[in-house]
Each structure stands twice: as C-alpha cells, then as structure tokens.
Design a protein around this ligand. Structure first.
Ligand SMILES: [Cu+2]
Length: 465
C-alpha cells in the first residue's frame, strides 16, 4: 500500500456515490456503450482526477440492469485509439457474442462499432469488461456491472452494487503505465496501491439502522483477491458468481477472487450515528476498504423478517457416472519449479519461453495462441469432470467462458453443498474438482483471470461441437 494516500485521506468523509439504480431497460431499448477516455476523482479532492479508459467514460461503466427474460442489445462504439471488444462475464450466451477478439469476433477497431445481442438465461450478478489486452484495458477501467434481476426478487430497502478494484497510481493519482510488467506476470499479477469501491478510494456508505441491503460484490481487479469482514453485521451469502446458494452466514471473511461475484444480504444492525469499516484481510496487510456510516435516525426498530432466498439455479446437472474426466495441472511462475514446457508446439526450457513474456503452463502447454489445440474437444451435451491441480505458489481464479461449473471438492474434501461457479479461486498447492455439462457450442476460453497470468500463458480452450 502506498501509505501516503491513506495518511492524507484519513479522517476525510465524503458522500458515497452509489451507482444509479436504473430500473429494467426494456428489451427493445438498445443500449449504447462507448469505450472512451475519461477523468474520475479516484483518490478524492486532494489529488488530481485520474485519466481512465471507461465505458461511456465512467468507471465503473454504465450499469446495465434488465429483468430475467429480457434481452440485451448493446452497441459498443470504440472511441479509443486502440482496438477493443466486450466480454459478458459469466453469461451463458451464444459463442459469437462472447467478446473474445481473435476467437469469437474480430476486435472492434478504433472508430468502429459492434452490436451484442443475447438473452441471459440466468438471473444474477455479472459484469462486462474488455477482452483485448485486458491486463491494460481492464486495468485502465474498461468494465461495468451487468445485473439480471429475478422476476420476483427478495424485498430489500436498497440493492447496491460494489465493483471493487485496485489501481496502481503514482503520487499525482495518475495510473502507472507498467502494464504487463515482468514481475507482475511471474508473481501475483498487477496488485495496486489504491483499492476502490465503484472507482472511489476510502469512501463512505451512508446507511440507516434496520435497513436491509442486497449488496452485489463484483471484483473487477486485474489480480487482487479480497477477503472482506463486515464486523458485527453477520451478512448472509445468497449467491456466488451470479448463481443462488442456500443462504448461509460464513464464519470467515468473505473471499471474492478476481472476476468473482458474491451477493450478500445485510441487515444493518449498528447503532444510529455509529461507524463500521469493511476490512480486507486477503494479504498480509489489512485495510479498510470502505466504511458504513449510520444515520442518526433509524429506519425501523428491528430487522425485516421476510424471505431472503433466491430462486434456485436452473443449470443442467452433470452426470458424473458418464463424465469425460479431464485433469489439468497449473505450473510455472516464480518459485514454481517448471523447467520446460511446450511453447507453440515445441518443447523449450522455461528460460527461453520467459524471454518472450510467457511463464505459465497448463499440462505443460503454454497458452500462447488462440489457435492452440484445446484442452477439451467434445460433442455438445457431454458431462465433464474437471480436476484442477494448482502446483504454483500463487492463487489462480480460473474462468470458463460460456458455462457454469459445479464446485464439488477442495483438496479431496467434498463440499457439503456443491455450488455453481464461473471463476473459482484455486489457492496455491490446492486441488479442486468441478463438473459441468458442455452444452454450449463453440470455442471457449478457459483461463486464469489474474489478467497478467492469462497474458503470459495461463489459458487454454474448450471446443464444443
Ligand atoms: Cu493465475
């Protein structure tokens, strides 16, 4: 952490800018999103505004909210000087709409547009972000929230989105341009010095005693993972990666890996006029991400007693007895011990591969190209049992495009309640088992969402015919 930002800002309290709750754009109403430059006051009034790249010039980009069953028709205009494309993270959509430039569409060139049209099959909390040079474009701010509201959502006083991110800023609050730095590639990815919620550092959320808030956490960081504690609030987790879970109160900080989402239900139980920091403890140094400040007047005397359950997921159930078994071992990176790997079809010493910017491998294959042989190549409808062994010194949020996977076990211990995920965080030396039905035809990326890791080889393809 850059302590100077913390010290200069400590004690300052600003109104928290919650994202506007745009209600239910009609299916027929087209959305226009322009990738362009903008300026936002990330660190606050004592510093210059930060030059960013944002959708409609904002960070986060324009929130997209629809009701389950409605379609999205979004035209993306590119007013940047570089090509871009938009990936709709976690949505089970047609392959041609997935937004991976060079795989599912040509990149949108400067001055050009692309129309994305799809009907999200699942309600929940998702996001959209650039998928061209993502480690730079997402790092500069090209992301926004995508919320598919349930037709009959639980009753809450407020439905808030927190897009959490971290930035690597200089003392004048400008973004450092060391994107794709060699150390970031081979270690934990680009970890910044200024963590933000909705593009604001150390802000304050004004709440009222008795208020019920649905909080949609979306981790848009390049690589930073979060483990958040809410003090005495005792939140209920109601969805993970967009998919409903049976509500439970975790007994540990709530982990939101890079690209992951967690929906919480909060009953604000603090005293009127009091303060409550939300604390991150994923890494060695804890910090306050944001603070709740209670209004002097309570909203109601006791918590609401209504149902907080979401409709259960309607994903296809994999058949484990007939599943295609696939094992994948993640290797490489600093302290990873990988000596050689297959690079563009040839075995090479890792040192030679590293000189070209690649340091990671899946099953000894460096994911350097989008025309590489796929990890999985299977007819549609196949159940896949996927085991991931992380033999590296770093956590990897492993994202499969176009599907959700059921997380079955961690280090051989079966989950009491298996849950659906699209970006499971696989910790160092950990093994996880997942299963899914490969039912969405096309070529899909399966990659680490620590964006510097993906850019340096930690990715492969799943081909479904
Ligand atoms: Cu990774």
């Amino acid at each position: 952490m850059n302590r100077r930002f913390f010290l200069k800002r400590s004690g300052a309290i600003a109104l928290f800018p919650t994202l506007p709750h745009k209600h239910a754009m009609a299916a027929a109403e087209p959305i226009n999103i322009t990738a362009r430059t903008g300026k936002i006051p990330i660190v606050g009034p004592d510093f210059p505004s930060t030059d960013v790249w944002g959708f409609n010039g904002q960070v986060p980009g324009t929130p997209i909210r629809i009701i389950h069953g409605q379609s999205v028709q979004a035209t993306v205009h590119n007013e940047l000087q570089v090509p871009t494309a938009v990936h709709w993270h976690g949505i089970r959509l047609p392959n041609a709409m997935d937004g991976v430039a060079g795989l599912t569409q040509p990149a949108i060139k400067s001055g050009e547009s692309f129309l994305y049209e799809f009907t999200p099959p699942d309600a929940g909390t998702y996001w959209y972000h650039s998928h061209v040079n993502a480690y730079e474009q997402v790092g500069r701010g090209l992301y926004g929230p995508l919320v598919i509201e349930e037709k009959e959502p639980p009753i809450v006083d407020r439905d808030l989105i927190w897009m959490i991110d971290d930035w690597r800023l200089r003392d004048d609050a400008s973004i450092t341009d060391d994107f794709g730095d060699g150390h970031d590639r081979s270690h934990a990815g680009r970890i910044g010095n200024v963590p933000t919620v909705n593009g604001r550092f150390r802000d304050v959320v004004r709440v009222r005693t008795g208020e019920r808030i649905r909080l949609r956490l979306i981790n848009a960081s390049n690589a930073r993972n979060f483990a958040l504690s809410f003090g005495a609030l005792s939140p209920s987790v109601i969805a993970i990666d967009g998919q409903a879970v049976t509500p439970y109160k975790p007994d540990a900080p709530i982990v939101v890996g890079a690209a992951g989402r967690v929906d919480l239900m909060l009953d604000m139980n603090g005293d009127p006029g009091s303060l409550l920091p939300v604390v991150d403890s994923f890494y060695r140094q804890n910090f306050d991400l944001v603070k709740f400040v209670y209004d002097d007047k309570p909203l109601r005397e006791s918590a609401l007693d209504s149902n907080i359950h979401l409709p259960p997921p309607t994903l296809p159930e994999p058949d484990l007895t007939a599943a295609l078994k696939t094992e994948v071992t993640i290797a490489g990176g600093a302290m990873g011990g990988l000596r050689r790997a297959k690079f563009n079809g040839e075995w090479m010493p890792l040192g030679d591969i590293a000189r070209q910017g690649y340091v990671w491998a899946l099953n000894d294959v460096v994911g350097s190209r989008l025309d590489m042989p796929p990890l999985i190549d299977t007819p549609g409808g196949t159940s896949v049992h996927l085991t991931i062994h992380n033999q590296t010194a770093f956590p990897h949020p492993m994202h499969l495009h176009g599907h959700h996977m059921k997380l079955l076990s961690i280090d051989g211990v079966a989950l009491a309640s298996p849950r659906w995920v699209d970006s499971p965080l696989v910790m160092p030396r950990q093994t996880v088992e997942l299963a899914f039905v490969a039912d969405n035809p096309g070529q899909w990326l399966f990659h680490c969402h620590a964006l510097e890791h993906h850019a340096s080889g930690l990715g492969t393809l799943v081909r479904i015919s």
